[in-house]
Design a protein around this ligand. Structure first.
Ligand code: DAH
Length: 429
């Protein structure tokens, strides 16, 4: 705008610009007062004066004056369109007001321009005023009621409710809605089905609950893990097959997607020292092809107890208690020797088959037992790697697959069902 004015100044006009406050000031008896000046005049004031009174003496001045009028029309029209109206009746009124302000035969701005600027203009300016006035008339067609009504939007109903004042009662709001929104408001709404926790999450929470009640705390660690925490610190040698990139998803030579939750054992030892009683639920990743019992992403819960004088008897007692809490008092547990690099001795825990009560069935392959987790006494070197003195402390650990537990508990024969997000499956939980 300013640029434009400067331009028109060069052409010798510069009389009509919005927002100028550099009107000359004069001291009078009442104090400092602003003298009425054509620079400070509003458009409504200008249309009540003749061109002579406004100091417009040439064609460039006429052009600038009419440009100001056209800009004012556009601004007022745009403002109404952008505000919109709360209702049809309000829109009708706003459109009529704007139309009348400009186009009313009596007292409309265009009528004033006709009377004051055109009819009284000096002979030499008449052609240019006449031309400008005709252009103005053509361009003001957008102020006709039909045009405005088409362009002024009805504001969304919510905005209309917003417009009710803060003090309006609920009844006022409701009656406003009834007035403004067509249709039967007593019809029931669309009910969105409530979701539920994923079966794996439910299983995880159930297991967590049992250990929380035993005084364990929940710990977590990163899924993108260093080779140090995932393997080295857990005593897993470079030559161990699990470190092969056929089994492990490497991000780079020193970084993996953790293959188990055991690395959080070391992280927690470093963070808290001993004694320590924690469980570590979380996602793990392996380079496995998906099938009914394998998924490249799965869930584990790790358990770790470190204190002075912890023995294998504590491990057996705790896990037996856990199995009975989870699957029922009649469940029996069996511990068999096994091997894990980070525990010594290591064991595999089985529970009596929950489907045939240990008699033998298809699920337990007629053995009566289902293997459910690995466990053992924390290897002294692993304690040392975590900064704990194995001469002072001992500990036990276990690791179980949450998805497998959920499959057992809910009698699901395909682990893939957990990760397909099929609502027909998930709705059953
Ligand atoms: N980390 C083992 C795995 O993913 C599971 C495991 C076995 C964890 C024995 C333990 C443990 O803490 O003592 O197969």
């Amino acid at each position: 705008m300013q640029k434009k004015n400067r331009g028109s100044q060069k052409r010798g006009s510069a009389l009509f610009s919005y927002g100028r406050s550099d009107a000359p000031r004069m001291i009078c008896r009442g104090g400092l007062r602003t003298a009425p000046s054509r620079l400070a005049m509003t458009l409504d004031e200008k249309v009540r004066k003749t061109l002579g009174e406004l100091g417009v003496a040439d064609a460039a001045g006429v052009e600038a004056l009419f440009a100001e009028v056209r800009a004012a029309i556009e601004a007022e029209r745009a403002s109404l369109i952008s505000c919109g109206a709360a209702s049809e009746s309000e829109r009708d009124k706003l459109c009529k007001d704007l139309r009348d302000r400009w186009l009313a035969r009596k007292n409309g701005i265009l009528s004033s321009i006709d009377e004051r600027w055109l009819k009284t203009s000096p002979r030499e300016l008449k052609p240019s005023v006449g031309r400008s006035f005709n252009t103005l008339r053509r361009e003001s067609a957008g102020l006709e009621i039909a045009e405005l009504t088409r362009d002024v939007p009805l504001r969304a109903h919510a905005a209309a409710v917003d417009n009710l004042s803060a003090g309006d009662s609920g009844t006022a709001v409701v009656s406003h809605i009834i007035r403004e929104v067509p249709g039967d408001l007593t019809l029931p709404g669309n009910r969105r089905p409530l979701g539920s926790l994923h079966p794996v999450t439910q299983m995880q929470r159930e297991i967590e609950e049992i250990f929380l009640n035993l005084g364990f705390q929940i710990e977590s660690g990163p899924e993108i893990e260093s080779v140090h925490y995932n393997f080295d610190a857990l005593n897993i040698p470079e030559s161990h097959p699990s470190r092969d990139d056929w089994d492990t998803l490497y991000i780079d030579s020193q970084t993996v997607l953790r293959t188990h939750t055991s690395p959080v054992q070391i992280r927690s030892m470093e963070k808290y020292g001993a004694p320590l009683h924690i469980i570590i639920p979380g996602k793990c990743y392996r380079h496995d092809n998906p099938d009914a019992s394998h998924s490249p992403m799965f869930h584990q819960i790790e358990g770790l107890a470190i204190a002075s004088d912890i023995t294998f008897a504590d491990l057996k007692g705790t896990l037996d208690f856990f199995a009975k809490k989870l699957f029922g008092e009649t469940i029996r547990t069996r511990f068999q020797p096994s091997f894990f690099p980070f525990t010594e001795p290591s064991g595999e825990v089985s529970i009596s088959c929950i489907f045939c009560a240990g008699v033998g069935c298809r699920v337990c392959k007629e053995s009566g037992w289902i293997e459910v987790m690995g466990c053992g006494m924390v290897h002294p070197q692993v304690l040392r790697n975590g900064g704990i003195d194995p001469e002072k402390y001992s500990g036990w650990a276990f690791g179980l697959g949450v998805d497998r537990f959920a499959m057992m508990k809910y009698d699901i024969n395909d682990i893939q069902l957990f990760f397909q997000s099929d609502v027909r499956f998930l709705l059953q939980f």
